[in-house]
Design a protein around this ligand. Structure first.
Ligand code: ATP
Length: 327
């Protein structure tokens, strides 16, 4: 690993939330006697990310991913532990630091004035982030090409569709060439083709610029395609740090063998009928050659395919297995 882009140690985040009791008396009492309870969002998180690495933060709803992202991006101050991003404490929000990082949220990809055109917004962003005129021209030309923004530049931000907003939002975040990119659900709500384009763009951008990327997503396709390494969080605790295939290998022990049988053929024992002569068998990985051999020898098989369980199904199983910790 090269010099640490991000260094997270023993990090914790505890929110205090007001407890609201029912009734007028309780409401009046709460004016001078506020009761609160603690919600532990993160507990003992620790990992290092090298410059140029791409890491996916994964975990089920409420696991703590967004809290961790906000802490790393300098929006939230953690209640315990330490974080360094490019050698600085993010919550200090030093202007030099802010020029080197970007946070893009899929749910809200574009801030700024909605009545501005995309081009005006990009120019304005260049001014705010102090990008030299020549550099800004070059960066804009590159981003317009990579994100296919040509047709959007003169459109008002308010009139963009979600997919167009995402493309413009990425350009806004990247026009000042941040060294660290935080992406919170970058493909949320996008149709299949816009999601594919966004992932393709991000892969090319990271390869070309050597930016460090931290991504959260519920779409495992995003994570599988963009992040060689994942950190799995569940109930605020870090339960895994490593590659996605290694993580899923523990649960993905079965293969799905699918066959289409001739009309007069007897379905194999334990097969699940899918209709139209199709049957599916769940078979342990090391038993697949034997099972397939026997099937072909004993039964009139017209077609045969072997599939892995879908990644989302495997992840669901992993989340359930790692989600037993009580808060
Ligand atoms: N501002 C807040 N005040 C109180 N509790 C909060 C706050 N933000 C988050 N939480 C709680 O902290 C926990 C972690 O939330 P967080 O949003 O970080 O999880 P997440 O993994 O991003 O979830 P999701 O995938 O649903 O977006 C949850 O129990 C959530 O209710």
């Amino acid at each position: 690993m090269t010099s640490p882009g991000i260094d997270v140690r023993d990090l914790s985040m505890v929110y205090r939330v007001p407890v609201r009791e029912a009734g007028v008396r309780a409401a009046i009492r709460s004016l001078w006697q506020r009761r609160t309870r603690e919600v532990t969002a993160l507990d003992g998180i620790g990992f290092q990310v090298g410059a140029g690495e791409a890491v996916g933060l994964i975990g089920p709803n409420g696991a703590g991913k967004t809290s961790l992202m906000k802490i790393m991006a300098g929006i939230l101050r953690p209640t315990g532990g330490s974080v360094r991003v490019l050698g600085r404490e993010p919550f200090d929000r030093h202007p030099d630091h802010l020029r080197r990082i970007a946070l893009v949220r899929g749910s809200q990809p574009l801030g700024g004035a909605p009545e501005l055109t995309v081009m005006d917004s990009l120019q304005y962003q260049g001014l705010v982030y102090d990008v030299a005129a020549g550099q800004l021209r070059r960066n804009l030309a590159e981003l317009v090409d990579l994100l296919d923004l040509g047709g959007l530049l003169e459109r008002q931000v308010r009139a963009l569709s979600l997919g167009e907003r995402m493309r413009a939002g990425l350009a806004m975040a990247l026009v000042y060439r941040p060294a660290v990119l935080f992406l919170d659900e970058p493909t949320i709500g996008l149709d299949v083709s816009a999601a594919v384009q966004t992932r393709r763009f991000l892969r090319r951008y990271v390869a070309q610029t050597g930016a460090t990327m931290i991504l959260t997503s519920h779409y495992m396709a995003d994570v599988a395609e963009l992040c060689p390494r994942v950190v799995l969080i569940n109930h605020g605790a870090q339960v895994y740090d490593g590659s996605l295939p290694e993580l899923t290998a523990h649960v993905g022990r079965d293969r799905l063998v699918e066959v289409v049988l001739a009309d007069d053929a007897e379905p194999p024992a334990g097969a699940h009928a899918l209709g139209d002569g199709r049957y599916q068998l769940s078979v342990a990985r090391d038993q697949v050659p034997d099972t397939v051999g026997r099937l072909l020898a004993d039964t009139r098989v017209l077609d045969l395919g072997i599939k892995e369980a879908p990644l989302d199904v495997l992840m669901d199983e992993i989340y359930r297995r790692t989600g037993t910790r009580a808060r």
